[in-house]
Design a protein around this ligand. Structure first.
Ligand SMILES: [Zn+2]
Length: 316
């Protein structure tokens, strides 16, 4: 299967969620304990940007039994992600010392998630649950202390809340909204590249939504700041959860009202207009100068692809 088959137009990574979040089960310690103890309970074990996978004859297996996860050294604190076909699924973290002990073993691997997803070694229908596990495990690792009084907080409600025993403040997992947009001018689209992109790769411009800002204003502000282009007709297309660590990419389109690009070199290495023929070759990785568009894994690919196809493919 190619990346185009794994992520057909309108379906980037992390959007196909097959889990029932079953939020009603989170509030009962008794029910959660019963779920953890079930023989069919499974877990994704997250280590930084990687996943601990069991190596089998048919390839890597991302969902581990709780027994396997604990044997590999995962932390016992579990986040209840939901039910898959009725079976409970959890997210677990693992300490660096335990993860390092797994290196070099033949039955287990610690593998970078993005690479696995791009290559299709993790089935696309599991990526959303893994994204959930990754965001939640990372949040718990970074929020062990109360932001209000500094006391150590405790995990509650299957991991969907942390509570401070000292000042009683409640802390909830965060999601950071990011706008990502395809700006067009006539028959051309605006793409830029950041220094850390692979050589020749261009993508849609993007940036965090700021406090008390609308999505439309964020699109117009980010585009102007990074490229000097003014925009109008901002429209929403689709969203993509992006677990690095917990963003929600809000895919939009907009129409430029001026042409002259002034690149903000602190943000971008370059930004240019590309016509449809060039953008098509870039998405297919057939551009004669070696230029490339975003991978089908990412929402940016789908924003460009939708524009090239000239139709709304959301949900197609
Ligand atoms: Zn507190």
């Amino acid at each position: 299967m190619s990346a185009f088959d794994n992520f057909p137009l309108g379906q980037p990574a992390f959007v196909t969620n097959v889990l029932d979040r079953a939020a009603h089960l989170r509030t009962s310690e008794e029910k959660l304990f019963a779920l953890e103890s079930r023989g069919d309970a499974r877990a994704y074990v997250i280590y930084r940007d990687s996943l601990v996978v069991k190596q089998g004859e048919t390839g890597p297996r991302a969902l581990l039994s709780i027994e396997e996860a604990l044997k590999f050294g995962a932390n016992p604190g579990m986040v209840f992600l939901g039910l898959r076909d009725g079976a409970p699924v959890f997210g677990m973290g693992i300490a660096p010392q335990a993860a390092e002990k797994l290196v070099g073993r033949s039955d287990v691997a610690v593998t970078e998630l993005r690479g696995m997803a791009m290559q299709g070694t993790v089935p696309p229908d599991q990526l959303s649950a893994i994204a959930m596990a990754k965001s939640m495990v990372t949040w718990h690792q970074r929020h062990g202390f109360c932001a209000n009084c500094g006391a150590r907080t405790a995990m509650k409600e299957g991991g969907w809340k942390r509570e401070c025993p000292s000042c009683k403040a409640e802390h909830f997992p965060r999601t950071d909204p990011v706008v990502i947009m395809l700006v067009t001018h006539g028959d051309r689209c605006l793409l830029g590249r950041q220094k850390q992109f692979p050589p020749g790769m261009y993508s849609c411009l993007a940036g965090f939504v700021e406090a008390a800002e609308t999505i439309e204003d964020a699109v117009r502000r980010e585009i102007f700041e990074e490229s000097g282009i003014h925009c109008t007709e901002v429209n929403y297309y689709m969203t993509q959860p992006w677990p690095y660590p917990s963003s929600l990419m809000i895919g939009c389109t907009a129409r430029a009202t001026n042409e002259e690009i002034i690149v903000d070199r602190t943000e971008l290495e370059d930004a240019r207009w590309f016509d449809r023929a060039e953008a098509t070759l870039m998405l297919k990785r057939q551009h004669p100068d070696g230029l490339a568009g975003p991978h089908p894994f990412a929402i940016a690919h789908h924003l460009v692809g939708r524009w090239l196809h000239g139709r709304d493919v959301a949900g197609a």
